[in-house]
Each structure stands twice: as structure tokens, then as C-alpha cells.
Design a protein around this ligand. Structure first.
Ligand code: AMP
Ligand code: MG
Length: 315
């Protein structure tokens, strides 16, 4: 079953905004490719994005905003960030910044990291949709994991019934991904080349960029992101019950669970709760976190991938 494809009339954009506000997913054109958008402040909507894409692991998502000023509640923007936003937004530049202390952005959109990627897109439909939704939108490319980049509405519709609506803005210009710059560390780092050139960024910043792909000491090469998040406490997987002192993170109504990822055994709900619950249990009053078995199906694959990393021996 495929999704409903509609033209980008004001009425359809308003309807798409209402659907997003209610937690549904909408595919929409950006200046790069079609994005699969969901409410970036809802763990549930972000989990639905991962489920629709069929990704076997959680990668952090770019959060799109209508106005640059909106990032102030989401992330901690320093002078470097403000300079780049003033110069290059709206446009194909994504900034990775520390999450604000009480950021309303979904922890799942950060894939458990302490940082969040933000961007103000420069496509009239994307901007109108963000304004209609009245909230930031997490939006990776609107294709199943491993499939071709979605440059038309028909590609985006192949995601099927998980997408409530596809706004058809015609074919996208191909090959212009957003440049991703990490400003969460002392030195600005280029994580992914894209539409804004390193030279233009360095001119605006007044300092050189660390090239993450080429520099092994660079903080956050995207491929290594997954190793970054682990709770402070040791994590023990496939636990039938807690040992004395341990917290028990359950699944599907595990008896005696301190918290349950999804009492009904729904992997999407479990993904939505994963990072918030791991953080909630990462307390000095416990000696470790025991995690009940999670079936290897649907988002269970990505949940188990993340949990295995959290449980891996620490250096
Ligand atoms: P896309 O799937 O095209 O939207 O690309 C998202 C890009 O942004 C990927 O290269 C991610 O690794 C990168 N990214 C998103 N959030 C973060 C983050 N918090 N830290 C580092 N890189 C990020
Ligand atoms: Mg992609």
C-alpha cells in the first residue's frame, strides 16, 4: 500500500501540518531530497520515522526549523553558530550543537548523543510546512534504508502506509546534501561535505575546519557515532530478572521491571522510550542495568544494536 500523493496547495500544506502536529509522518520536498518528517519533539513520532525507514540502527537525525531563532530552545548556540546561521541559513548547512539542558527535542533524534543536528531549509514547501506544523521536524531522507535517494514524490510514496501524506513539489535537484559541521567541540569539524563549501565556512568562522573523515583525532566521524552513548552503569542483556542492586528494564510486561520499554511489547513504543528510560535508570542507587530480551524484529533490531553497544566491554 502506498501513501497519498497530493499537490502543494495551501490547503494540503495546512492538512500536512495538522497531521504532523498529531504525530503522523509526512514526506515533503527539500532543496536536497524528499524528507520523511515527523514531530521532532515526540519520541513516538521519531520512532515511527525509524520504523518506516527500516533502518537496522539508530542514526541521529537532522531537526529542521522554520526560523533560526527556534534553535535557541533546542540547542546551545555559541557565537560561531550564530555567525554561520546568519550567513548560511536558510540553506544546506547543518550544525551539530550541544543539546540545550531542557531541550524539547526527542532523545531518539539525537540517537542518545548529547548533541543535536539542526538546519533551516531553503525550500518554499519545506518552510511553509514547518510553519504550518508549528514545531521542529526531524526529517531524514524519505526512502527505505539502503534504497535510492528519493528525488520524486513517487519515491517517497514507496515508504507505504507509514507515511500519511506525500507533498508533491516535483523533482528535487540532485546531489546537494547539506554540509554537516560539528560545533560541539573546541574546534569546528566538517562531518560531511555538501552544499556549503569548506572555504566559505572557514571564511565566515575565521578559523580552519577539522576534516573529520581525514583526521583520526577528530571528535565525531559520523560512522563512529554509535559508540558514543552508553550509560554510566554496566548494562547486562537478555536478563530474565534483576540481580540484587540492579535496575531491570523490561519489555512486554516483564515481571518486577523497574521500568518497561513497552508493556504491550510494541517495538516502536520501546524505541521511543529507549534513551529516556536508560537515562532514568542510570542512577547511583543501582549497581547496573539489566535488560529483558527484546525480539529481533522490526525496530527490535535497532534497539538491540544500541543495547549491545551499551553493554560492550568499556576501555
Ligand atoms: P541525512 O540522513 O542525510 O539526514 O544525514 C544526517 C547526517 O547528519 C548524517 O551524516 C549524520 O551522521 C549527521 N548527524 C546528525 N545528527 C548528528 C549529531 N548529533 N552528531 C553528529 N552527526 C550528526
Ligand atoms: Mg539518507
Amino acid at each position: 500500500m502506498s501513501s497519498r500523493i497530493v499537490p502543494t496547495t495551501p490547503e494540503n500544506i495546512a492538512e500536512a501540518g495538522r497531521l504532523l502536529a498529531a504525530g503522523a509522518l509526512v514526506a515533503f520536498p527539500t532543496e536536497t531530497v524528499y524528507g520523511l518528517g515527523g514531530d521532532a519533539t515526540s519520541d513516538r513520532a521519531v520512532a515511527a520515522i525509524f520504523a518506516a525507514k527500516g533502518r537496522p540502527r539508530f542514526n541521529p537525525l537532522i531537526v529542521h526549523v522554520a526560523e533560526a531563532a527556534e534553535v535557541e530552545t533546542l540547542v546551545v548556540a555559541d557565537a560561531r553558530a550564530r555567525r554561520l546561521m546568519a550567513r548560511f541559513w536558510p540553506g544546506p548547512l547543518t550544525l551539530v550543537l550541544p543539546r540545550a539542558p531542557r531541550s524539547p527535542a526527542s532523545l531518539l533524534a539525537s540517537a542518545g548523543l548529547d548533541t543535536l543536528a539542526v538546519r533551516q531549509p531553503d525550500h518554499p514547501v519545506a518552510r511553509a510546512l514547518l510553519a504550518a506544523a508549528g514545531r521542529p521536524l526531524a526529517a531524514p531522507s524519505a526512502n527505505r534504508s539502503g534504497a535510492v535517494s528519493p528525488t520524486t514524490a513517487a519515491h517517497a510514496a514507496e515508504l507505504g502506509a507509514a507515511v500519511s501524506l506525500v507533498l508533491d513539489g516535483g523533482p528535487c535537484r540532485v546531489g546537494l546534501e547539506s554540509t554537516v559541521v560539528d560545533l560541539s567541540g573546541a574546534r569546528p569539524a566538517l562531518l560531511r561535505p555538501g552544499g556549503v563549501t569548506p572555504e566559505a565556512l572557514e571564511a565566515a568562522l575565521g578559523e580552519p575546519l577539522v576534516h573529520a573523515a581525514a583526521d583520526p583525532t577528530a571528535p565525531r566521524a559520523p560512522g563512529q557515532l554509535e559508540s558514543h552513548y552508553a550509560p554510566g552503569l554496566p548494562v547486562r542483556l537478555n536478563a530474565a530478572a534483576a540481580h540484587p542492586g540492579e535496575a531491570l528494564l523490561g519489555f512486554g510486561g516483564t515481571p518486577g521491571a523497574t521500568l518497561d520499554l513497552s508493556a504491550s511489547g510494541d517495538p516502536v513504543e520501546a524505541a521511543a522510550n529507549l534513551f529516556a528510560m536508560l537515562r532514568a535508570l542510570d542512577l547511583p542507587e543501582f549497581t547496573g542495568i539489566a535488560v529483558a530480551p527484546i525480539p529481533e524484529r522490526g525496530l527490535g533490531l535497532a534497539i538491540n544494536d544500541r543495547l549491545r553497544r551499551a553493554a560492550a566491554p568499556r576501555p
